[in-house]
Design a protein around this ligand. Structure first.
Ligand code: 5GP
Length: 176
């Protein structure tokens, strides 16, 4: 038995890859001809981003932004802190923010406001998952993997208390 046999599968590895191929094709079409910087929001989006950029058939740069929000293990407080900043300027570039999940939207609202002060040519948001039932702020998600109900999900980069990031699918904890 794998260590994650307490998870119930929500999206299999195959389902995720199929959706990523579709998102990648759409992004390739939309952002062609632009100077693109992909920003992977750490830590949750690193696996998604690694697969997504390989499905985008464009020259692009990749950068990372570490965010941490104060709060409990499964809730965002809305008070967000940059733990590790971008390594390159984004001025004049088309930014594609890659996020694991938009839940209340507070993290993304903070992030967009912050990135706008750096004068990019534009900002597009790609989120693997969205939980619209909990939205507190309206976020324009230009590229969306899956819409999910209000459940706490882990795997494929997403953690619970730093565990489960290396699970190959997205699942729900059944014994929490
Ligand atoms: P928001 O600010 O939109 O409420 O929360 C966004 C962040 O909270 C995500 O980037 C993620 O780190 C975390 N988060 C929200 N929902 C979940 C979830 O169901 N599972 C996990 N592992 N993290 C979540």
């Amino acid at each position: 038995m794998p260590f994650y046999d307490d998870l119930q599968v929500m999206f299999s590895a195959e389902q995720i890859q199929q959706r990523i191929r579709e998102l990648g094709a759409q992004i390739t079409q939309d952002l062609r001809g632009q100077e693109v910087t992909v920003i992977s929001i750490l830590k949750g989006s690193y696996i998604f981003c690694a697969d997504l950029v390989r499905a985008i058939d464009l020259p692009l740069s990749v950068d990372f932004l570490g965010l941490s929000s104060y709060g409990g293990k499964t809730e965002t407080s809305g008070v967000v802190r940059i733990t590790s900043d971008l390594s390159m300027p984004i001025e004049g570039r088309q930014v594609l923010v890659v996020e694991d999940i938009v839940d209340t939207g507070l993290t993304m609202a903070f992030l967009e406001e912050n990135l706008l002060t750096r004068h990019p040519a534009g900002i597009k948001v790609c989120a693997l998952l969205e939980k619209p039932s909990r939205a507190a702020r309206k976020i324009d998600i230009h590229y969306k993997g899956f819409v999910i109900p209000d459940a706490f999900v882990v795997g494929y980069g997403l953690d619970y208390d730093e565990r489960y990031r290396n699970v190959p699918f997205i699942g729900v904890l059944t014994n929490r």
